[in-house]
Design a protein around this ligand. Sequence first.
Ligand SMILES: [Zn+2]
Length: 431
Amino acid sequence: MRDLNTREMLALVRTLLGGARFLHQAPRWSHDEMQAWQFARIQPLVRHAWTNVPFYRQLYTAASFRPDDLRSWADFQRLPTVTKDDVIANYPARMLADGLSPEHLIVSRSSGSSGKVLDIAYDSRAMVTYTLAGLRLYQMGFSYRPWHRQLYIYTSPYPFRSLFGLYPLHFISTLSPVDEIVAAIKRVRPDLLVCYPSHLQQIARAMTDADCSTLPLKSISVNSEMSTQAERDALAERFHCPVLDEYSSEELTRVAAQCRHKTYHLFEDINYIETQSDGVIVGTNLHNYAMPMIRYVQNDLGAIEVRPCDCGWRFRHLVNLQGRKNDSFILPSGKVLSSGFLLDATYEFLLAYRTAVKDFCLIQEATDRVVLQIVAGTGWDSDIERKITQRFREFLGSDVEFHVATVAICDKTKTGKRNPIINRIHSRSQS
Ligand SMILES: [Zn+2]
Protein backbone atom coordinates (compact mmCIF):
# COMPACT_ATOMS: atom_id res chain seq x y z
CA MET A 1 0.00 0.00 0.00
CA ARG A 2 1.45 3.44 -0.93
CA ASP A 3 1.60 6.37 1.51
CA LEU A 4 -1.08 9.07 1.33
CA ASN A 5 -0.01 12.37 -0.25
CA THR A 6 -0.61 15.80 1.34
CA ARG A 7 -3.83 16.43 -0.59
CA GLU A 8 -5.21 13.10 0.56
CA MET A 9 -4.13 13.78 4.15
CA LEU A 10 -5.98 17.14 4.05
CA ALA A 11 -9.06 15.45 2.63
CA LEU A 12 -8.74 12.95 5.45
CA VAL A 13 -8.80 15.71 8.04
CA ARG A 14 -11.74 17.54 6.37
CA THR A 15 -13.77 14.36 6.24
CA LEU A 16 -12.63 13.54 9.74
CA LEU A 17 -14.21 16.74 10.98
CA GLY A 18 -17.36 16.46 8.85
CA GLY A 19 -17.80 12.70 8.93
CA ALA A 20 -17.15 12.13 12.62
CA ARG A 21 -20.60 13.53 13.43
CA PHE A 22 -22.32 11.16 11.00
CA LEU A 23 -20.41 8.11 12.21
CA HIS A 24 -21.24 9.04 15.77
CA GLN A 25 -24.96 9.32 15.07
CA ALA A 26 -25.58 6.47 12.64
CA PRO A 27 -25.33 3.66 15.23
CA ARG A 28 -28.30 5.23 17.05
CA TRP A 29 -30.67 5.37 14.10
CA SER A 30 -33.61 3.00 14.13
CA HIS A 31 -33.40 -0.10 11.96
CA ASP A 32 -35.94 1.42 9.51
CA GLU A 33 -34.03 4.69 9.22
CA MET A 34 -30.81 2.80 8.56
CA GLN A 35 -32.39 0.54 5.95
CA ALA A 36 -33.78 3.56 4.13
CA TRP A 37 -30.35 5.23 4.17
CA GLN A 38 -28.66 2.05 2.93
CA PHE A 39 -31.12 1.66 0.07
CA ALA A 40 -30.64 5.29 -0.93
CA ARG A 41 -26.91 4.56 -1.28
CA ILE A 42 -27.31 1.21 -2.99
CA GLN A 43 -29.49 2.52 -5.84
CA PRO A 44 -26.84 4.94 -7.23
CA LEU A 45 -24.07 2.43 -6.51
CA VAL A 46 -25.76 -0.25 -8.61
CA ARG A 47 -26.47 2.27 -11.36
CA HIS A 48 -22.81 3.34 -11.31
CA ALA A 49 -21.64 -0.28 -11.47
CA TRP A 50 -23.97 -1.07 -14.38
CA THR A 51 -22.93 2.08 -16.25
CA ASN A 52 -19.19 2.19 -15.54
CA VAL A 53 -17.89 -1.23 -14.50
CA PRO A 54 -17.67 -3.77 -17.36
CA PHE A 55 -17.95 -6.81 -15.07
CA TYR A 56 -21.22 -5.66 -13.49
CA ARG A 57 -22.70 -4.49 -16.76
CA GLN A 58 -22.20 -7.94 -18.24
CA LEU A 59 -23.36 -9.73 -15.07
CA TYR A 60 -26.55 -7.69 -14.77
CA THR A 61 -27.29 -7.68 -18.49
CA ALA A 62 -27.06 -11.47 -18.49
CA ALA A 63 -29.63 -11.45 -15.67
CA SER A 64 -31.88 -9.11 -17.73
CA PHE A 65 -31.53 -6.44 -15.08
CA ARG A 66 -31.41 -2.69 -15.67
CA PRO A 67 -30.79 -0.04 -12.95
CA ASP A 68 -34.37 1.25 -13.21
CA ASP A 69 -35.55 -2.20 -12.08
CA LEU A 70 -34.08 -1.63 -8.60
CA ARG A 71 -37.02 -0.24 -6.63
CA SER A 72 -37.15 -2.40 -3.49
CA TRP A 73 -34.99 -4.67 -1.32
CA ALA A 74 -36.66 -7.64 -3.03
CA ASP A 75 -35.32 -6.35 -6.36
CA PHE A 76 -31.87 -6.01 -4.82
CA GLN A 77 -31.96 -9.57 -3.53
CA ARG A 78 -32.58 -10.81 -7.06
CA LEU A 79 -29.26 -9.37 -8.24
CA PRO A 80 -26.65 -12.09 -8.90
CA THR A 81 -24.01 -12.51 -6.20
CA VAL A 82 -20.28 -12.08 -6.86
CA THR A 83 -17.59 -14.53 -5.75
CA LYS A 84 -13.92 -14.20 -5.00
CA ASP A 85 -13.14 -16.13 -8.21
CA ASP A 86 -15.19 -13.58 -10.21
CA VAL A 87 -13.18 -10.75 -8.72
CA ILE A 88 -9.83 -12.47 -9.33
CA ALA A 89 -10.73 -13.35 -12.93
CA ASN A 90 -11.86 -9.80 -13.81
CA TYR A 91 -9.36 -7.63 -11.93
CA PRO A 92 -8.25 -5.02 -12.81
CA ALA A 93 -9.56 -4.17 -16.28
CA ARG A 94 -13.15 -5.33 -15.85
CA MET A 95 -13.55 -4.80 -12.08
CA LEU A 96 -12.48 -1.14 -11.88
CA ALA A 97 -14.73 1.72 -12.95
CA ASP A 98 -13.97 3.05 -16.46
CA GLY A 99 -11.01 5.38 -16.61
CA LEU A 100 -9.41 4.14 -13.38
CA SER A 101 -6.28 2.07 -13.04
CA PRO A 102 -4.60 0.60 -9.95
CA GLU A 103 -1.88 3.30 -10.06
CA HIS A 104 -4.46 5.98 -9.19
CA LEU A 105 -5.93 4.03 -6.32
CA ILE A 106 -5.04 2.51 -3.00
CA VAL A 107 -4.60 -1.20 -3.59
CA SER A 108 -4.74 -3.66 -0.78
CA ARG A 109 -3.65 -7.22 -1.41
CA SER A 110 -4.97 -10.15 0.50
CA SER A 111 -5.10 -13.86 0.56
CA GLY A 112 -7.75 -13.53 3.25
CA SER A 113 -7.28 -16.74 5.16
CA SER A 114 -8.21 -18.82 2.13
CA GLY A 115 -4.90 -18.48 0.30
CA LYS A 116 -6.22 -17.22 -3.03
CA VAL A 117 -4.59 -13.96 -3.92
CA LEU A 118 -6.86 -10.99 -4.39
CA ASP A 119 -6.32 -7.25 -4.97
CA ILE A 120 -8.91 -4.73 -3.80
CA ALA A 121 -8.67 -1.10 -4.95
CA TYR A 122 -10.41 1.95 -3.55
CA ASP A 123 -10.03 5.73 -3.69
CA SER A 124 -8.75 8.02 -0.96
CA ARG A 125 -12.30 9.12 -0.10
CA ALA A 126 -13.28 5.57 0.77
CA MET A 127 -9.98 5.24 2.63
CA VAL A 128 -10.96 8.23 4.79
CA THR A 129 -14.28 6.64 5.68
CA TYR A 130 -12.62 3.31 6.51
CA THR A 131 -10.12 5.13 8.73
CA LEU A 132 -12.91 6.88 10.62
CA ALA A 133 -14.76 3.60 10.97
CA GLY A 134 -11.54 2.11 12.37
CA LEU A 135 -11.31 4.85 14.99
CA ARG A 136 -14.93 4.28 15.93
CA LEU A 137 -14.30 0.56 16.17
CA TYR A 138 -11.62 1.09 18.83
CA GLN A 139 -13.92 3.50 20.65
CA MET A 140 -16.28 0.56 21.13
CA GLY A 141 -13.71 -0.84 23.58
CA PHE A 142 -12.75 2.29 25.51
CA SER A 143 -12.75 6.11 25.27
CA TYR A 144 -10.02 6.27 22.61
CA ARG A 145 -8.52 9.76 22.87
CA PRO A 146 -6.13 11.52 20.42
CA TRP A 147 -3.16 11.13 22.79
CA HIS A 148 -3.60 7.39 23.34
CA ARG A 149 -0.90 5.19 21.84
CA GLN A 150 -1.84 2.29 19.59
CA LEU A 151 0.55 -0.57 18.91
CA TYR A 152 -0.52 -2.78 16.05
CA ILE A 153 1.07 -6.01 15.02
CA TYR A 154 0.31 -6.47 11.37
CA THR A 155 1.60 -7.54 7.96
CA SER A 156 2.49 -4.04 6.78
CA PRO A 157 2.26 -0.50 8.21
CA TYR A 158 -0.79 1.68 7.54
CA PRO A 159 -0.22 4.51 5.02
CA PHE A 160 0.11 7.07 7.86
CA ARG A 161 1.82 7.15 11.27
CA SER A 162 -0.71 9.43 13.00
CA LEU A 163 -3.40 11.95 12.09
CA PHE A 164 -1.20 15.08 12.21
CA GLY A 165 0.26 13.98 15.51
CA LEU A 166 -3.03 12.69 16.92
CA TYR A 167 -3.80 9.01 17.57
CA PRO A 168 -0.12 7.94 17.34
CA LEU A 169 0.42 4.55 15.76
CA HIS A 170 3.30 2.17 16.43
CA PHE A 171 3.80 -0.74 14.09
CA ILE A 172 5.58 -4.04 14.53
CA SER A 173 5.63 -6.79 11.91
CA THR A 174 3.81 -10.04 12.58
CA LEU A 175 6.99 -11.79 11.45
CA SER A 176 9.01 -10.38 14.35
CA PRO A 177 10.06 -12.91 16.98
CA VAL A 178 7.82 -12.92 20.07
CA ASP A 179 10.55 -11.53 22.35
CA GLU A 180 10.87 -8.50 20.03
CA ILE A 181 7.10 -7.99 20.12
CA VAL A 182 7.13 -8.17 23.92
CA ALA A 183 10.03 -5.67 24.03
CA ALA A 184 8.04 -3.31 21.77
CA ILE A 185 5.00 -3.56 24.04
CA LYS A 186 7.14 -2.71 27.09
CA ARG A 187 8.81 0.19 25.25
CA VAL A 188 5.70 1.74 23.65
CA ARG A 189 3.39 1.04 26.63
CA PRO A 190 0.30 1.13 24.38
CA ASP A 191 -3.18 2.09 25.54
CA LEU A 192 -4.57 0.01 22.68
CA LEU A 193 -3.10 -3.17 21.24
CA VAL A 194 -4.32 -4.53 17.90
CA CYS A 195 -3.18 -7.99 16.80
CA TYR A 196 -4.13 -11.52 15.77
CA PRO A 197 -5.51 -13.71 18.55
CA SER A 198 -2.79 -16.32 17.96
CA HIS A 199 -0.14 -13.64 18.51
CA LEU A 200 -1.89 -12.47 21.65
CA GLN A 201 -1.77 -16.03 23.01
CA GLN A 202 1.98 -16.12 22.38
CA ILE A 203 2.50 -12.69 23.95
CA ALA A 204 0.48 -13.80 26.99
CA ARG A 205 2.77 -16.82 27.41
CA ALA A 206 5.94 -14.73 26.99
CA MET A 207 5.00 -12.07 29.56
CA THR A 208 5.02 -12.35 33.35
CA ASP A 209 2.02 -11.48 35.52
CA ALA A 210 3.92 -8.39 36.70
CA ASP A 211 4.55 -7.34 33.07
CA CYS A 212 0.86 -7.64 32.28
CA SER A 213 -0.41 -5.77 35.31
CA THR A 214 1.92 -2.78 34.90
CA LEU A 215 0.89 -2.04 31.31
CA PRO A 216 -1.52 0.89 30.76
CA LEU A 217 -3.58 -1.21 28.29
CA LYS A 218 -7.22 -0.13 28.10
CA SER A 219 -8.38 -2.41 25.31
CA ILE A 220 -7.13 -5.10 22.96
CA SER A 221 -8.67 -5.60 19.55
CA VAL A 222 -8.10 -8.92 17.80
CA ASN A 223 -8.84 -9.63 14.15
CA SER A 224 -8.24 -11.75 11.04
CA GLU A 225 -8.51 -15.17 12.71
CA MET A 226 -11.20 -17.02 14.58
CA SER A 227 -10.98 -16.97 18.36
CA THR A 228 -13.60 -18.17 20.79
CA GLN A 229 -15.29 -16.01 23.42
CA ALA A 230 -13.77 -18.27 26.12
CA GLU A 231 -10.26 -17.65 24.72
CA ARG A 232 -10.86 -13.90 24.63
CA ASP A 233 -12.26 -13.92 28.17
CA ALA A 234 -9.13 -15.71 29.44
CA LEU A 235 -6.90 -13.21 27.63
CA ALA A 236 -8.93 -10.29 29.02
CA GLU A 237 -8.27 -11.59 32.52
CA ARG A 238 -4.56 -11.98 31.76
CA PHE A 239 -4.16 -8.43 30.41
CA HIS A 240 -6.67 -6.75 32.77
CA CYS A 241 -8.64 -5.13 29.93
CA PRO A 242 -11.36 -6.08 27.42
CA VAL A 243 -10.29 -8.26 24.47
CA LEU A 244 -12.74 -7.61 21.64
CA ASP A 245 -12.96 -9.27 18.26
CA GLU A 246 -13.18 -7.45 14.96
CA TYR A 247 -14.57 -9.13 11.86
CA SER A 248 -13.27 -7.52 8.69
CA SER A 249 -12.20 -8.52 5.23
CA GLU A 250 -10.05 -6.93 2.57
CA GLU A 251 -13.01 -7.00 0.16
CA LEU A 252 -15.63 -5.36 2.39
CA THR A 253 -13.27 -3.69 4.93
CA ARG A 254 -15.02 -3.12 8.29
CA VAL A 255 -17.86 -5.60 8.66
CA ALA A 256 -18.55 -5.97 12.39
CA ALA A 257 -16.90 -5.74 15.80
CA GLN A 258 -17.69 -6.48 19.41
CA CYS A 259 -18.80 -3.73 21.77
CA ARG A 260 -18.03 -3.78 25.49
CA HIS A 261 -21.04 -6.06 25.95
CA LYS A 262 -19.42 -8.59 23.58
CA THR A 263 -22.14 -8.11 20.94
CA TYR A 264 -20.92 -8.14 17.34
CA HIS A 265 -22.49 -5.06 15.76
CA LEU A 266 -22.57 -4.89 11.97
CA PHE A 267 -21.22 -1.59 10.64
CA GLU A 268 -24.40 -0.76 8.80
CA ASP A 269 -23.04 2.54 7.48
CA ILE A 270 -20.04 0.81 5.85
CA ASN A 271 -21.63 -2.34 4.39
CA TYR A 272 -25.07 -3.72 3.82
CA ILE A 273 -24.81 -7.31 5.07
CA GLU A 274 -27.18 -10.18 4.24
CA THR A 275 -26.98 -13.89 4.95
CA GLN A 276 -28.04 -16.57 2.49
CA SER A 277 -30.32 -19.43 3.52
CA ASP A 278 -27.22 -21.56 4.23
CA GLY A 279 -25.83 -18.86 6.53
CA VAL A 280 -23.16 -17.60 4.11
CA ILE A 281 -22.43 -13.91 4.65
CA VAL A 282 -22.94 -11.64 1.62
CA GLY A 283 -21.96 -7.97 1.73
CA THR A 284 -22.29 -4.78 -0.28
CA ASN A 285 -19.75 -2.08 0.42
CA LEU A 286 -21.49 1.29 0.47
CA HIS A 287 -18.37 3.41 -0.18
CA ASN A 288 -16.24 1.74 -2.83
CA TYR A 289 -17.10 3.31 -6.18
CA ALA A 290 -13.69 2.57 -7.72
CA MET A 291 -14.14 -1.19 -7.46
CA PRO A 292 -17.72 -1.86 -6.36
CA MET A 293 -18.38 -4.89 -4.18
CA ILE A 294 -22.09 -5.59 -4.62
CA ARG A 295 -23.60 -8.74 -3.10
CA TYR A 296 -20.11 -10.14 -2.57
CA VAL A 297 -20.03 -13.67 -1.10
CA GLN A 298 -17.79 -13.47 1.96
CA ASN A 299 -17.78 -17.23 2.59
CA ASP A 300 -17.91 -17.04 6.35
CA LEU A 301 -21.05 -18.18 8.15
CA GLY A 302 -23.29 -16.26 10.51
CA ALA A 303 -26.79 -15.05 11.29
CA ILE A 304 -28.22 -11.57 11.76
CA GLU A 305 -30.52 -10.46 14.56
CA VAL A 306 -32.28 -7.20 15.31
CA ARG A 307 -32.40 -6.57 19.04
CA PRO A 308 -31.32 -3.96 21.57
CA CYS A 309 -27.85 -3.88 23.17
CA ASP A 310 -26.89 -2.26 26.48
CA CYS A 311 -24.24 -0.16 24.71
CA GLY A 312 -27.04 1.84 23.05
CA TRP A 313 -26.06 0.97 19.48
CA ARG A 314 -28.87 -0.10 17.18
CA PHE A 315 -26.75 -1.62 14.43
CA ARG A 316 -27.93 -5.21 13.87
CA HIS A 317 -26.14 -8.07 15.65
CA LEU A 318 -24.04 -10.68 13.91
CA VAL A 319 -24.38 -13.99 15.77
CA ASN A 320 -22.95 -17.51 15.39
CA LEU A 321 -20.06 -16.16 13.37
CA GLN A 322 -17.92 -18.97 11.98
CA GLY A 323 -14.85 -17.95 10.10
CA ARG A 324 -11.82 -19.86 9.09
CA LYS A 325 -9.31 -21.23 11.51
CA ASN A 326 -5.86 -22.07 10.30
CA ASP A 327 -3.47 -24.48 11.98
CA SER A 328 -0.29 -23.68 13.84
CA PHE A 329 2.96 -25.67 13.55
CA ILE A 330 5.00 -27.18 16.39
CA LEU A 331 8.68 -27.56 15.44
CA PRO A 332 11.06 -30.31 16.65
CA SER A 333 12.55 -27.80 19.15
CA GLY A 334 9.10 -27.37 20.71
CA LYS A 335 8.81 -23.83 19.32
CA VAL A 336 5.30 -22.95 18.13
CA LEU A 337 4.73 -20.98 14.92
CA SER A 338 1.26 -19.52 15.33
CA SER A 339 -1.33 -19.55 12.55
CA GLY A 340 -1.02 -15.75 12.37
CA PHE A 341 2.74 -15.94 11.93
CA LEU A 342 2.43 -18.61 9.24
CA LEU A 343 -0.25 -16.71 7.38
CA ASP A 344 1.94 -13.63 7.28
CA ALA A 345 5.02 -15.63 6.33
CA THR A 346 3.06 -16.66 3.24
CA TYR A 347 1.72 -13.13 2.83
CA GLU A 348 5.28 -11.91 2.48
CA PHE A 349 5.87 -13.80 -0.76
CA LEU A 350 2.40 -12.96 -2.04
CA LEU A 351 3.24 -9.27 -1.73
CA ALA A 352 6.72 -9.67 -3.20
CA TYR A 353 5.76 -11.78 -6.24
CA ARG A 354 2.38 -10.37 -7.14
CA THR A 355 1.53 -12.36 -10.25
CA ALA A 356 3.86 -15.35 -9.81
CA VAL A 357 1.80 -17.08 -7.13
CA LYS A 358 -1.82 -17.86 -8.02
CA ASP A 359 -2.61 -20.05 -5.06
CA PHE A 360 -0.74 -21.81 -2.30
CA CYS A 361 -1.03 -24.24 0.58
CA LEU A 362 1.51 -24.67 3.39
CA ILE A 363 1.52 -28.14 4.91
CA GLN A 364 3.40 -29.54 7.90
CA GLU A 365 3.57 -33.20 6.91
CA ALA A 366 5.67 -34.34 9.87
CA THR A 367 7.28 -32.49 12.80
CA ASP A 368 10.46 -32.09 10.74
CA ARG A 369 8.97 -31.77 7.24
CA VAL A 370 7.07 -28.85 5.68
CA VAL A 371 6.01 -28.45 2.06
CA LEU A 372 4.75 -25.31 0.34
CA GLN A 373 2.50 -26.11 -2.59
CA ILE A 374 2.40 -23.37 -5.21
CA VAL A 375 0.13 -22.94 -8.21
CA ALA A 376 2.51 -20.98 -10.42
CA GLY A 377 1.40 -17.85 -12.28
CA THR A 378 3.07 -15.36 -14.62
CA GLY A 379 6.73 -14.85 -13.81
CA TRP A 380 7.27 -17.85 -11.52
CA ASP A 381 10.88 -19.04 -11.81
CA SER A 382 13.61 -20.92 -9.97
CA ASP A 383 14.98 -17.68 -8.51
CA ILE A 384 11.69 -16.94 -6.72
CA GLU A 385 11.53 -20.56 -5.57
CA ARG A 386 15.07 -20.29 -4.17
CA LYS A 387 14.26 -17.03 -2.31
CA ILE A 388 11.07 -18.44 -0.78
CA THR A 389 12.92 -21.61 0.25
CA GLN A 390 15.68 -19.58 1.91
CA ARG A 391 13.15 -17.46 3.83
CA PHE A 392 11.16 -20.44 5.07
CA ARG A 393 14.34 -22.21 6.18
CA GLU A 394 15.01 -19.13 8.34
CA PHE A 395 11.52 -19.35 9.85
CA LEU A 396 11.56 -23.11 10.38
CA GLY A 397 15.18 -23.68 11.43
CA SER A 398 17.76 -26.15 10.15
CA ASP A 399 16.18 -29.24 11.70
CA VAL A 400 13.09 -28.96 9.47
CA GLU A 401 13.19 -30.14 5.87
CA PHE A 402 11.42 -27.62 3.63
CA HIS A 403 10.68 -27.64 -0.06
CA VAL A 404 8.46 -25.92 -2.60
CA ALA A 405 6.28 -28.12 -4.83
CA THR A 406 4.61 -26.56 -7.85
CA VAL A 407 1.23 -28.21 -8.39
CA ALA A 408 -1.79 -27.82 -10.65
CA ILE A 409 -4.23 -27.89 -7.72
CA CYS A 410 -3.45 -27.44 -4.02
CA ASP A 411 -4.31 -30.08 -1.43
CA LYS A 412 -6.74 -27.74 0.33
CA THR A 413 -8.78 -27.49 -2.89
CA LYS A 414 -8.79 -31.27 -3.38
CA THR A 415 -9.97 -31.90 0.17
CA GLY A 416 -12.49 -29.06 0.03
CA LYS A 417 -10.72 -27.46 2.99
CA ARG A 418 -10.60 -23.71 2.71
CA ASN A 419 -7.59 -23.25 4.94
CA PRO A 420 -4.25 -22.61 3.27
CA ILE A 421 -2.24 -23.69 6.32
CA ILE A 422 -2.56 -27.32 7.27
CA ASN A 423 -0.92 -29.24 10.07
CA ARG A 424 -1.21 -32.92 9.15
CA ILE A 425 0.15 -34.11 12.52
CA HIS A 426 -2.24 -31.88 14.41
CA SER A 427 -5.32 -32.78 12.33
CA ARG A 428 -4.56 -36.53 12.64
CA SER A 429 -4.36 -36.34 16.40
CA GLN A 430 -7.35 -34.01 16.68
CA SER A 431 -9.85 -35.63 14.37
ZN1 LIG B 1 -23.48 -3.23 21.89
